[in-house]
Every structure is written in structure tokens, then in C-alpha cells.
Design a binder for this molecule. Structure first.
Ligand SMILES: Nc1ncnc2c1ncn2[C@@H]1O[C@H](COP(=O)(O)OP(=O)(O)OP(=O)(O)O)[C@@H](O)[C@H]1O
Length: 361
């Protein structure tokens, strides 16, 4: 597996709950994986972990592996090489990546391209007059052109893993479509994996192979993109779909009530329960496991089939089916120790096992 986060929990001092809580996520070679959720759900923190980058002073438990290497254990030259050669991150604002006084060509050469390849890369990401562009400085190019330059820079070292953090969110739809197509081409030509972070669930469903939905630092659902769109299982996923506009859809938008929790909020049960129209009494005290429908065999156990009837028609969200199974001890975990102790992370356990906490300096 190219990228593998296993049960990653990250907490910084002074917050009541972790930034990331038991996040498990994978990206295979050549795969485009979406990561969606509202602001503050932990998407960027998840992506930065793949760079071996956690907030200063953070404690963490779990692991992050890229191509089998434990990246949170890397230091010094090995960490620098990992960030330069193996993984590349593309941010929303290209001006934050580009040095305003350096020429575009220098930016690409610094990232490992020869002068000839710098020109080729700019042509490959759809920039006209690439021979002239390499001599220009960032203020001479538009935002869309600069984002193409940043993508060319990300591809310069032929990274195995691309992390795109809202990389197209600030662009007009035409430029967005072209850049997405170029990222896909890069993935195909270089066999790279792509973690694609976006607020836009419709975009993720259209563009990605697989999608993870995050809420309050946790993964709540992971599905193939098609299944997520046709049979969204978690009430939060369905809420995201009904509050995002789509072209040609005249359905009224229904916002999810309330706001996402802050890091000072703690929960005795499901973090989404206060905003969930389907919450039951036990949701206040039980934390559902993420909905991994395909992997966990719930389809065989009676959930709607891929491409089948939407779950609303089935009358029950998958997390509630899971609720029904908890009594058999197979799903979910009681949060009593955390609730009673006021949410202290140190007391948290996963499947009854104490977490090994490591400080990241
Ligand atoms: N270094 C840090 N110290 C303290 N809190 C942090 C730090 N970095 C991130 N956070 C907090 O962690 C939470 C998750 O942040 P993150 O940036 O990962 O969310 P996100 O889903 O990417 O949000 P957005 O879509 O707005 O970028 C937020 O509440 C954020 O304020």
C-alpha cells in the first residue's frame, strides 16, 4: 500500500479532544482517493501526517506509512528526502508555495527538474509559451496559471504520492476541470497515488475512485465514489450531499443544522448526534465505528446493494444498522471511561487496548 494511516490519533496540548481520532485511511498506487468534510474536520492534518508533519508538540498514537516507511519516525536527511522525493503537496493558494522574487524556472529547477524538463513540465500542465514562462516571476501570471506552475513543481520530482489540499477550490470551473484532468494524467503516467481533499462531496464523488468522509477528526464513512453518491450510508454524508448544489438539480438545498464541534467540545457518544436528525437515545453514549460498507460485509448483511435503492428508501442509515449490532459486541465501543473522566485522551482505549502515546517534537 502506498499510503497507510493506521488508527492515527493526534492531540495538541490545550485541546479537550484530539485533532485526529483513530483515523485509518489508505491510498493505493495509481488510486485517486477523496477526503471530504466540513472545515475543521481534520482533512489537512491527515494529509500533512503523510509528509511526516504533525503540529508542534503534538502527541500521537498509531502509524503513518508511505511505501512501507514509518514516516513519523523519520528525522533529518531521511525526512527531508521523503518530503522532496516521495510525496508532494499542492495547496489551495499557489502564492503561498511560490517565492515572489524567484523566476518560475528556478522554482522548478529547485524541485529537481532540469531546465529542459522545466519547460516540458509547464507545457504538460497546459501553460502556453512555456519557454517564456520559465523566465517570468509569479506576479506576471494569473492565479490559475500559478496553480499549474505549482502542479508542475509537484510533479518535478516524480513523487509516488500527491496530496492535493483544496488545490482547485479557488479556480474557475474550466481551469478546475483542466487541472483535475492533468492531475489524473500525472497519476496515470507516473503511477502516483493521489489524496484529493475537498469540501465538495459532489466533486469528490465525480473525480475519485474512493472517498473518505471525516467529521470531528474521525472517519465516519469510506466508500467507492459511486456508492457514496448513490447510497450514502452515514447521516452526515447524506447531509453533505443534500446541502451541496449540483448543476441542473432543482432540489432545494437543506443545510445540516448546527455547526461542527470545536476542539474544546467533548462527547460521550457520537460527535454528530447533536446535529443528526436520526439520532437515537443511545447515540449519546455510543460511538459508531466508521461505516466501511464494502469491507465489513454489511452489504451481505442486508444493507442496500451498490447502485441499489438509496438508504433513505431502505428506511435506516447504516450507522443505525451498526447500532443494532452493537449488542452482539461486534461494532462500536462504549465511551464511558472518556465521558466519566471528562474526555481525557490518555484514558482512551481502542478495542480495549491502551494506546501507546508518542510525543512528536
Ligand atoms: N497546530 C495546531 N494547533 C492546534 N490546533 C490545530 C493545529 N492545526 C490544526 N488545528 C485544529 O485542528 C482542527 C482540524 O484542522 P484541519 O486544518 O486539519 O481541518 P480541515 O478539515 O483541513 O479544515 P479546512 O477545510 O478549514 O482546511 C481544526 O479545529 C484546527 O483549528
Amino acid at each position: 500500500m502506498l499510503l497507510s494511516l493506521e488508527d492515527l490519533t493526534v492531540q495538541v496540548p490545550g485541546t479537550a479532544r484530539p485533532l485526529l481520532d483513530s483515523v485509518t485511511l489508505t491510498v493505493a498506487e495509481g488510486e485517486v482517493v477523496g477526503l471530504v468534510g466540513e472545515s475543521g474536520s481534520g482533512k489537512s492534518t491527515t494529509a500533512k501526517a503523510a509528509l511526516g508533519l504533525l503540529p508542534a508538540g503534538a502527541d500521537f498514537a498509531g502509524s503513518v506509512r508511505v511505501d512501507g516507511t514509518d514516516v513519523l519516525g523519520l528525522r533529518g536527511e531521511a525526512l527531508r528526502a521523503h518530503r522532496a522525493d516521495t510525496v508532494a503537496m499542492i495547496h489551495q493558494d499557489p502564492r503561498a508555495t511560490l517565492n515572489p522574487v524567484r523566476r518560475i524556472g528556478d522554482f522548478l529547477v529547485e524541485r529537481g527538474a532540469t531546465k529542459e524538463r522545466a519547460v516540458e513540465l509547464l507545457a504538460a500542465v497546459g501553460l502556453s509559451d512555456p519557454e517564456q514562462r520559465v523566465r517570468q516571476r509569479p506576479h506576471e501570471l494569473s492565479g490559475g496559471m500559478l496553480q499549474r506552475v505549482v502542479i508542475a513543481g509537484a510533479l518535478a520530482a516524480r513523487p509516488r504520492l500527491l496530496l492535493a489540499d483544496e488545490a482547485t477550490s479557488a479556480l474557475d470551473v474550466t481551469t478546475q476541470a483542466e487541472i483535475l484532468a492533468q492531475l489524473r494524467t500525472a497519476r496515470e503516467e507516473q503511477g502516483a497515488g493521489l489524496l484529493f481533499i475537498t469540501h465538495d462531496l459532489h466533486l469528490a464523488a465525480a473525480y475519485c475512485d474512493r472517498v473518505y468522509v471525516m467529521y470531528a477528526g474521525r472517519v465516519v464513512e469510506e466508500r467507492s465514489a459511486r456508492a457514496l453518491f448513490t447510497t450514502p450510508a452515514h447521516p452526515y454524508t447524506r447531509g453533505l450531499l443534500t446541502c451541496t448544489p449540483t448543476l441542473g438539480d432543482s432540489q432545494p438545498l437543506t443545510p445540516i443544522p448546527g455547526r461542527p464541534p470545536s476542539l474544546s467540545d467533548t462527547f460521550a457518544g457520537c460527535p454528530f448526534a447533536p446535529r443528526c436528525g436520526e439520532a437515537e437515545e443511545e447515540c449519546d453514549t455510543w460511538l459508531p465505528e466508521p461505516v466501511f460498507l464494502e469491507e465489513r460485509g454489511l452489504l451481505e448483511a442486508g444493507a442496500p446493494s451498490e447502485g441499489g435503492a438509496p438508504l433513505e428508501e431502505g428506511g435506516m442509515a447504516a450507522c443505525r444498522r451498526v447500532v443494532g449490532r452493537r449488542s452482539a459486541g461486534r461494532w462500536g465501543s462504549p465511551r464511558s471511561s472518556e465521558a466519566e473522566s471528562g474526555g481525557g485522551w490518555a484514558q482512551r482505549t481502542t478495542a480495549g487496548q491502551p494506546k501507546d502515546k508518542v510525543s512528536h517534537k
